[in-house]
Design a protein around this ligand. Structure first.
Ligand code: FDM
Length: 212
């Protein structure tokens, strides 16, 4: 192991509450990795471009109503429809920086009262991140940042529950960054974590699946 044939890109996932800065930081990370000569792509879930993604988008903007279980499974299906592309990109050496993943799926749906194990089940077998970074922000601070755009989940009380569920999910491999730090500091911490991870994946760390 560790030969050139095992070299691959890294799966880097950013998670956190709405307004924690995930999107800004994912963009910067991709730009920074590319400027250091790594090939990297920015992905996000939900991926609103697919037909499943359009159903999700319409639900999030309150243009349609769906049963809580149904929308949960659609979010999961939206990841499953991208799984094989994700795997082939990683194997071709591209690092994927993903803005939200299965952890959002579980934390948000279980905030509505769905059983957490039930929520985790459809995610089994999706690719596990090589690096999972949680941008930690108190829900009150996130709400102060303003710009809750009025989508379905963008309310303080709901975000508090989501935050508690992220805590339940949090495992020893999670990397936590204080999302209240200056943007440049967050950017640098994230870049250092990602570079370490890219290196171990280049050296042939095998891909693994959720929930590991
Ligand atoms: N969300 C996101 C879920 O409820 N489940 C999921 O599986 C994912 C990926 O969708 F409120 C929620 C989280 C957020 C909303 O996300 C849309 P973006 O990052 O604002 O597009």
């Amino acid at each position: 192991r560790g030969g050139k044939e095992d070299s691959r890109g890294a799966l880097v996932v950013l998670e956190g509450l709405d307004r924690c800065g995930k999107t800004t930081q994912s963009n910067r990370l991709v730009a920074n990795l590319e400027s250091l000569g790594h090939s990297a792509e920015l992905w996000r879930f939900p991926d609103r471009t697919t037909s499943v993604g359009q159903m999700i988008s319409s639900y999030l903007s309150n243009k349609s109503q769906l049963d809580d279980h149904t929308i949960h499974l659609l979010f999961s299906a939206n990841r499953w429809e991208k799984r094989s592309l994700m795997e082939s990109k990683l194997k071709s050496g591209i690092t994927l920086v993903v803005d939200r993943y299965s952890y959002s799926g579980v934390a948000f749906s279980s905030a509505k009262g769905l059983d957490i194990e039930w929520c985790k089940a459809p995610e089994i077998g999706l690719l596990a991140p090589d690096l999972l970074v949680y941008l930690d922000i108190p829900p009150e601070k996130a709400a102060e940042r303003g710009g809750y755009g009025g989508e379905r989940y963008e309310q303080l009380e709901f975000q508090k529950k989501v935050g508690q569920n992220y805590q339940v999910l949090r495992g020893p491999t999670w990397k936590i960054i204080d999302a209240c730090s200056p943007m440049e500091e967050i950017e640098e911490q994230l870049q250092n974590m990602a570079l370490d991870c890219v290196k171990t994946c280049q050296e042939g760390k095998p891909l693994s699946c959720l929930w590991s």
